[in-house]
Design a protein around this ligand. Structure first.
Ligand code: ABU
Length: 534
């Protein structure tokens, strides 16, 4: 029926087109379901790789003057997924976000259908309440009592929110006066293994990357606390103001966890904001077995980034930033506040700081930091409690609904389900390490992993049996891109590789998909061996 129709002959253009609209959507859903089946079929390839110029020839991407028929749109949907990399396939070990959780995906479908914006309770009442419940649960798991949180578009932006809140809390004059509102030159600290978004904060927020100090890490990729202290003192001696320290709980490449208690002590000593980027490792907070000692001390932090779209398997994107600072108006404390009018006309610096303290207290740190009070959206005379409007707490206006898929998935799993999931991912990682060690003629394990990142080299036949020298490592590193290219051309497997500060290219496999089994781990190693034949 829909074959010759165009989009203007179904909803919302034609109000009588319920059957045609349903038929069109049903066809699209069939394509999606076929794709879900293919993602879960180990005989299917992960990808059908073509170079960009070749791919352009296989696709018809032009937007023409006239409307394309619905039939064409259905073909377009099928073609798009035909060439999409199946990140949910059990042989996809390439990214921190692997897998295709069916319940979370159902949530994303519903989210797309509801098509709302998360800035006000007015237009997203159920989703806003869900966000409150889930984020408050996550803060409790971190070990915060109270506090505030927000879902942000990715871990990099979550880290940026931490930076902004820290600067606002410590130097409230910046919001109004920019750099002139600062008492001096700020600097921040993070390990040399951190995610690059931390350094990006220093550039985006006007410190300059030279004032994001990279603290050396040890052999396993953990920040060295004594080096942090040494560098803080060095910058102070130069007259700078250290104000922000980022610790990483699960580094991107090696999966290392910085020593949080020792870093917290240093932050306390030098009055620095203590942020933990647990975008990657955060999921392990849900496991009694693996949470400690990795994450011990996280409860002492001022803020935490945690991405459910990584270890927890929520669909992209789903990233959260959590703050310890309580934002709820606490009636018992109101009495203790000095009676200073919030609208001081001619304020001196002391009054301004006091006013800011009071504002932060009453409104919350996030709101005080980011609020622009756009009256067309955040009216103060609405019929409901405007404390539920989240839009003025964030630097974006429109905010995607990332909560429903996570809420639905958490309902489906329960805390116990997520805990079992974390334990299983770690169990599979241990299995991979064991298999690598059992085949030490073919593989070289670079280090014992703390997370689900496994770092290794493949040893081709011609290099087997010879001592592990720097010259041999140079050769092993050259092989990584060759095998990766073969993986992509054969379409059977995807595992990432990269160099780091200490070594040239090596493989980093990630097990963060609930679909992976021991058989898939064996497949990965056997396939690398097959593709690595000289
Ligand atoms: N933001 C970290 C994602 C990188 C990765 O998947 O390897």
């Amino acid at each position: 029926k829909t074959a010759n129709l165009t989009a203007h002959e179904i909803f919302p253009f034609s109000e009588t087109a319920q059957p045609e609209t349903r038929e069109f959507l049903q066809k699209v859903i069939d394509i999606l379901l076929d794709y879900v089946n293919a993602c879960n079929d180990r005989n299917e390839k992960i990808l059908d790789f073509h170079h960009p110029e070749e791919m352009k020839k296989l696709l018809d991407l032009e937007i023409s003057e006239n409307p394309a028929p619905l039939q064409q749109l259905i073909v377009d949907c099928a073609t798009t997924l035909k060439y999409q990399v199946k990140t949910g396939h059990p042989h996809f070990f390439n990214q921190l976000s692997c897998g295709l959780d069916i319940v979370s995906m159902a949530g994303e479908w519903l989210t797309a259908t509801a098509n709302t914006n998360m800035f006000t309770y007015e237009i997203a009442p159920v989703f806003i309440l869900m966000e409150n419940v889930v984020l408050s649960k996550m803060r409790q798991i971190i070990g915060y009592d109270g506090g505030d949180s927000i879902l942000a578009p990715g871990g990099s932006i979550s880290n940026l929110y931490a930076f902004l809140a820290a600067r606002h809390k410590m130097f409230p004059g910046y919001k109004e006066h920019g750099p002139r509102g600062l008492p001096g030159d700020l600097c921040m600290f993070t390990s040399d293994q951190c995610h690059y978004s931390v350094k990006s904060c220093s550039s985006v927020c006007g410190l300059g990357t030279e004032n994001c100090v990279m603290v050396p890490s040890d052999e396993s990729g953990k920040m060295i606390p004594s080096e942090l202290e040494r560098l803080i003192l060095e910058r102070k001696a130069r007259g700078q103001i250290p104000f922000f320290v980022n610790a990483t709980a699960g580094t991107t490449v090696l999966g290392a966890f910085d020593p949080l208690h020792e870093i917290a002590d240093i932050c306390q000593k030098y009055n620095c904001w203590f942020h933990v980027d647990a975008a990657w490792g955060g999921g392990l907070l849900l496991s009694k077995k693996y949470r400690n000692p990795r994450m011990s001390g996280i409860e002492r932090s001022d803020s935490v980034t945690w991405n459910p779209h990584k270890l927890m398997g929520a669909l992209l994107q789903c990233s959260s930033i959590h703050f310890k600072e309580d934002t709820q108006q606490d009636v018992t404390c109101q009495m203790k506040l000095p009676t200073v009018a919030l609208t001081v006309k001619k304020e001196n610096e002391r009054e301004r700081k006091l006013k800011n303290k009071i504002e932060i207290f009453f409104q919350g740190l996030l709101l005080s930091c980011n609020q622009m009070s756009a009256e067309y959206l955040f009216m103060t005379d609405k019929l409901y409690d405007i404390g539920y409007d989240t839009g003025d707490k964030v630097i974006q206006c429109g905010r995607h609904n990332d909560i429903f898929k996570l809420w639905l998935q958490w309902r489906a799993e329960g805390d116990a389900g997520f805990e079992a999931r974390m334990d299983r991912l770690m169990e599979l990682t241990a299995y991979e390490v064991k298999r690598i060690k059992e085949q030490s003629d073919k593989f070289y394990l670079i280090m014992e992993p703390e997370c689900v990142n496994v770092s290794f080299w493949y040893i081709p036949r011609r290099l087997r049996g010879s001592p592990h020298t720097p010259a041999k490592v140079v050769e092993l590193a050259k092989i990584c891109p060759i095998i990766k290219a073969r993986m992509m051309q054969s379409g059977t497997l995807m595992v990432g590789y990269q160099p780091d500060d200490r070594r040239p290219n090596f493989f980093r496999s990630i097990i963060s998909s609930a679909a992976v089994t021991e058989k898939d781990v064996d497949f990965m190693l056997n396939e690398i061996d097959r593709l690595g034949q000289d």
